[in-house]
Design a protein around this ligand. Structure first.
Ligand code: AMP
Length: 300
């Protein structure tokens, strides 16, 4: 389908009307949920979905239920015209720009919600209580509206992939979760809508995050498998960096939020970092595996 035929919809009825027409051809439907302010990381999800699916739908919706008290809901960037440009350039079919009422029907806080339990309480969830309940709730609602065959998620948000895969499994949702590699700035910083909050000096400090992950990768490539040595390699560089305050550095088994306590043995692992640079909280991660990983690989 050509880029010129993109359709922008707002309500669930509009969305379903357009999708009913597109689905007639029996095409695989790929769905990319986002909070908008689309950057090249999001665009990569759209491009991968475009390559793999006959119909591609993306949503841009800043979901209030995944933001905690005092978080950046109010200042989160909203730029629908720019988002449309990115969506057109990626050649997707439908861009869904719902309002709260379109997603939740009424007040978001009164809606039926999903509780994800323990996997949502650790790591990001420890710093952001209720965050993953909000993410799961909105994604279940979006999936109910779109009914896609495939759900495209960024590997940058490791715990989000783990949680949403679990939601899909536990709620018996018929959708295939596809994980897409992290897209980075030339200096390695993971693309994020929140990078826009960084001052020039903070932006320089933030580059310490991929450098610290790179130090752990180098150690891993030289054969290091001890969890505490790999964690130290990363952590010490972050502690030495000006303007970076570490929230956590953790090593977990791939596809889980379970810590690696000893050595990375036969399984692969993911090194996770969350840190504050100024008032901006950034997360990133590094997959450590003896074989290389590819686009669309299932969480293991
Ligand atoms: P967000 O708009 O931040 O909610 O992100 C929407 C989707 O884009 C999520 O699945 C993210 O994991 C993914 N994403 C965000 N940043 C990147 C990136 N730098 N590379 C790849 N995917 C990303």
């Amino acid at each position: 389908m050509s880029a010129a035929t993109i359709t922008v919809v707002r309500t669930v009825d509009e969305l379903r009307g357009v999708l009913d027409g597109l689905r007639a051809s029996d095409a695989t439907v790929g769905f990319v949920p986002t909070m908008g302010a689309l950057h090249d990381g999001h665009a990569e999800l759209l491009r991968v979905a475009r390559r793999e699916c006959g119909v591609v739908v993306a949503s841009c919706y800043v979901n209030p239920t995944q933001f905690g008290e005092g978080e950046d809901l109010g200042r989160y960037p909203r730029m629908p015209d720019h988002d449309l440009d990115v969506a057109v350039a990626a050649g997707i079919d439908v861009l869904w720009l719902p309002r709260d009422v379109d997603v939740y029907g009424g007040a978001p806080d009164d809606a039926v919600s999903v509780r994800v339990g323990r996997i949502g309480d650790v790591l990001e969830g420890a710093s952001r209580p209720g965050h993953f309940d909000g993410v799961a709730t909105v994604v279940v609602r979006l999936l109910g509206a779109v009914e896609p065959d495939r759900l495209y998620l960024g590997r940058k948000d490791h715990q989000q992939v783990v949680v949403l895969q679990r939601v899909v499994d536990d709620l018996l949702l018929r959708v295939d979760v596809r994980e897409v590699d992290t897209v980075r700035e030339p200096d390695g910083l993971a693309r994020s809508s929140r990078n826009a909050y960084l001052s020039a000096a903070e932006r320089e400090s933030a580059a310490a995050i991929p450098r610290a992950l790179g130090a752990a990768r180098e150690a891993f490539e030289h054969g290091e498998r001890s969890a505490h040595v790999l964690l130290d390699a990363c952590r010490s560089r972050l502690d030495d960096a000006d303007g970076v305050v570490v929230d956590y550095v953790e090593l977990v088994h791939a596809g889980t939020v379970d810590p690696v306590v000893d050595d990375i043995a036969t399984t692969s692992a993911v090194l996770l970092v969350a840190a504050r640079v100024g008032t901006t909280r950034l997360i990133d991660n590094l997959h450590l595996a003896s074989t290389s990983t590819t686009h669309g690989e299932e969480p293991t």
